[in-house]
Write a protein that binds this ligand. Structure first.
Ligand SMILES: [Zn+2]
Length: 195
């Protein structure tokens, strides 16, 4: 039996089963012929959310590879180095300042792996929403003491799991978060607003 003072969070309550929107992203990725590139980008993180990859956050949408051509329009023989990689990302919130840092990190990660021609394209369709965040991403938000988005926009405390929380401010450390206080353990925490 659990008593009310247990620091126990029921993961099924806070981390719902895989959302269909994320499931769709997962099958799209699984069908891509460029698995090695997706895996390289699993090491690129949101600069403002430590440990949360751009994949888990739902920012990374697509990876396209085209062959570079020489001046005569012929495909060059040494394929690997001459692939032009286009990474398609979307933005979490308009005017998100993290996009420049993420773009540089994406290019750097692929350059480091030997891919020299890399382009990052920002696409606003499909528009990002919090359903795109992976279950692992929601776990990571929790680990950062940030309540992950939920449907009724009433977050449970990321520290003790209590649903007895109150909103303090509609805007937390950034506009995508609101600030809350747990009335059970007194923790003040950010909530990643659902969108
Ligand atoms: Zn609490």
């Amino acid at each position: 039996m659990t008593n009310t003072t247990d620091k126990h969070i029921n993961p099924d309550k806070i981390i719902p089963t895989m959302h269909p929107v994320f499931a769709q992203r997962t099958s799209y990725r699984a069908a891509s012929p460029h698995q090695h590139l997706w895996e390289i980008l699993d090491h690129v993180f949101d600069p403002e959310l430590p440990g949360l990859t751009i994949w888990d956050l739902g920012v990374l949408q697509d990876i396209q590879v085209t062959q570079s051509q020489d001046d005569f329009g012929q495909l060059k023989p040494r394929q690997l180095k001459l692939e032009l990689i286009t990474v398609v990302i979307t933005l979490t919130y308009s005017g998100c300042p993290a996009v420049d840092a993420m773009t540089q990190d994406i290019i750097q990660a692929l350059n480091n792996a030997g891919f020299e021609q890399v382009k990052v394209k920002v696409s606003l369709a499909p528009a990002w929403n919090t359903d795109m965040i992976s279950p692992a991403g929601k776990q990571q938000l929790l680990a950062l003491n940030i309540a992950p988005p939920n449907e009724d926009d009433h977050p449970d405390c990321p520290v003790c799991g209590s649903s007895n929380t109150e909103v303090i401010s509609q805007f937390g450390s950034t506009s995508c978060k609101s600030m809350h206080r747990c009335q059970h353990c007194a923790e003040v925490f950010d909530y990643f607003k659902s969108l």
